[in-house]
Every structure is written in structure tokens, then in C-alpha cells.
Design a protein around this ligand. Structure first.
Ligand SMILES: [Mn+2]
Length: 331
């Protein structure tokens, strides 16, 4: 693994002159986003104890990540004004997707990106730590941390934050983005001795009762199309309400759908509070779902095997439109 030696020296110089640093991520902050943010904050605090470093995200952090040490300090953008921070660091996704945090980030004198997404890299950053081959952004953070300029102190607290990023983005080391380097990096994390079984279960596997009932219903009502190549599930608002489930309870449903025999592309439609439709894609073939997401929406994107986009409602016509588009692209 090649550390980001040159970039780390430059980041160190920037931080030496800084006063206040914001670490942000596109919404919704997932396991990789919050894991990366916590580890970046620890590294900066260890080297520059006088610096004021804040984690600022558009949405309230999901309950499943609250057990990570320091995660409860994450703040909302409304607590700040543009100009409050002089260095902005965006992790795990481009600055163009920052939503309510965007204005704060734009006003930073130095804009830094730490990421592994292959697409959405049009934004002009002052400094960029980017590797599309990294399984997770936390792997990129770890590599910054093995530089001589900004060495990371790998405590059990930091290790579990980095670990959650990797298991989230690799689906517990199942996806093709897992490399020998990923496993070597995780070996270093496990040597710090944190309870990886418990940390992983809480962040990834635990469900509320309403969540598991919602999952059951969506799967029972999932529909096959494109001659059996596509399986899609729909989560309308009323269903969420009837099980007293929350938005995040849809997590994991798409992965389960994609594991049905013969399915090449799985799709999950999720109606938002505002009546928009959030769509997730998983590909089990060579079909590039990042390209599909980009075709459907300018803000869509992700990875070849896992992507997503947001479209306007109403739900029913959006479902037909997306499934038709997908079927045409599949040929
Ligand atoms: Mn990621």
C-alpha cells in the first residue's frame, strides 16, 4: 500500500495554519462516512490538539452508529454559518452532494476530499486523497494514517470506526471490492483488540421489530420483470407507518433481493417523507448500475455493482418508468 505521503505533508501544512475544521459527508451518512469522519477527527486532534474540529452532517446520525466512540458529537449544519470553518474535509462522496452542509464547505479556504468513489469527481478540491481501488473511504483514511507526516494512532476506538466503514462497504467482505490489502488493513484493526463481533452486529445486522416486519412484507410483495433478470421491491410511506418502521429500516432489503437466484439487477423503491422516490440498485452481473443511476438523474451515481438515485414522485409512475428504462438498457 502506498501512503498519500505528498498529500499528507500538504494537509499538515494547511492544518498548522488553521483554526477550525469541519468534517462532513453527503447524506445519508452511512457506516463508511461516520467511520471515516471519526478516524479523521482523531488523527487531526492527536496532531493538533488546539484545533477545533467538528463533524457536521446534514441529517441526524442513525441510531445504529451511535455506539461508536465519539459519534454522538456529530452536529447539524444549522448550528453554523458560512465562514465558521477555514478547512473543510468531505469524506465518502463528492461535495456536490452535501445538501445543507454545502454552503459551509464552500466557504472554507481549503477544501479537502477523502474518497474512494469512482464517479462524481468534477469538483475542484485543493487537496485530494482519492483511491477508487480502496474498498472503503476508511481504507483511504488508514493509508493517510500510515504516512510519515500524519501518522494515525490506532487505538481500539479508532480501529472500530475504520472497521465499520469496511464491513459496511464490502458487505462483510463479500463484495468484489474486497482486496488482500483490505484484509491486511483489517488485520491491523483487529489487533487493537476491540469487540469486532459486537461492533459489527450493532452497526450492520440488528433490526427493530418494525424493521424486520417491513422487510418481510417488501420481500413477499417483490416483483420479477425483464424475463426474471430484475427483482424489485417497493416501500411506500403507508407501509413504513403501518409497521412503525423508520427510513433506515429499509437497509439490507436490497441486498437480500439481489441474492435471489437468477436475479441480475435488484431494485428498491423507497418513498420519502416529501413524496420523492429514493431508488437503490444492486447488480449481480456485468451490468453497470452506476451508469443506470447517472442516466436516470444527474445526481445519481455510486459503484458499478451498487448505486442509487433520487427521482420525483408519484411512486407508481416512477416505478414503471425506472423498470422500463432498466429493461431497455438490459436489452
Ligand atoms: Mn464508501
Amino acid at each position: 500500500m502506498i501512503p498519500f505521503e505528498v498529500e499528507a505533508v500538504r494537509l499538515k501544512q494547511v492544518l498548522e495554519r488553521a483554526q477550525r475544521v469541519m468534517i462532513t459527508a453527503p447524506a445519508p451518512a452511512d457506516g463508511d462516512s461516520i467511520g471515516s469522519q471519526l478516524a479523521v477527527r482523531s488523527t487531526i486532534r492527536a496532531h493538533f490538539p488546539r484545533l477545533d474540529v467538528r463533524i457536521v452532517n446534514e441529517d441526524v446520525l442513525l441510531d445504529r452508529y451511535r455506539h461508536l466512540p465519539g459519534a454522538n458529537d456529530a452536529e447539524l449544519p444549522r448550528a453554523y454559518q458560512p465562514g465558521d470553518f477555514d478547512v473543510g474535509i468531505v469524506v465518502d462522496g463528492g461535495a456536490e452532494r452535501l445538501g445543507a452542509s454545502q454552503a459551509l464547505f464552500e466557504a472554507c479556504k481549503t477544501k479537502v476530499q477523502v474518497d474512494h468513489h469512482a464517479v462524481g469527481a468534477t469538483y475542484e478540491y485543493d487537496l485530494r486523497f482519492w483511491d477508487p481501488k480502496a474498498a472503503a473511504t476508511t481504507e483511504v483514511v488508514y493509508r493517510i494514517g500510515i504516512s510519515q507526516a500524519l501518522p494515525l494512532r490506532l487505538t481500539p476506538e479508532v480501529a472500530q470506526a475504520l472497521y465499520v466503514g469496511v464491513i459496511f462497504d464490502t458487505g462483510y467482505f463479500r463484495h468484489g471490492n474486497t482486496t488482500p490489502e483490505t484484509l491486511e488493513f483489517c488485520a491491523a484493526l483487529l489487533r487493537t483488540g476491540f469487540n469486532f463481533s459486537e461492533v459489527g452486529e450493532r452497526a450492520m445486522l440488528m433490526r427493530t421489530m418494525g424493521g424486520i416486519q417491513l422487510m418481510g412484507r417488501v420481500m413477499a410483495e417483490s416483483k420479477v420483470s425483464a424475463e426474471g433478470r430484475v427483482l424489485s421491491g417497493v416501500v411506500p410511506r403507508h407501509l413504513l407507518r403501518s409497521f412503525a418502521a423508520r427510513d433506515e429500516d429499509r437497509d439490507g432489503i436490497i441486498d437480500q433481493l439481489s441474492l435471489v437466484q437468477g436475479v441480475q439487477v435488484a431494485v428498491l423503491f423507497h418513498e420519502t417523507e416529501q413524496g420523492d422516490v429514493k431508488i437503490s440498485f444492486r447488480s449481480k452481473s456485468d451490468f453497470d448500475v452506476a451508469e443506470l443511476a447517472r442516466q436516470l438523474s444527474p445526481t445519481g451515481g455510486g459503484h458499478r455493482k451498487a448505486s442509487g438515485c433520487m427521482l420525483r414522485g408519484p411512486l407508481d409512475s416512477t416505478v414503471s418508468y425506472v423498470l422500463d428504462t432498466l429493461e431497455k438498457m438490459l436489452g
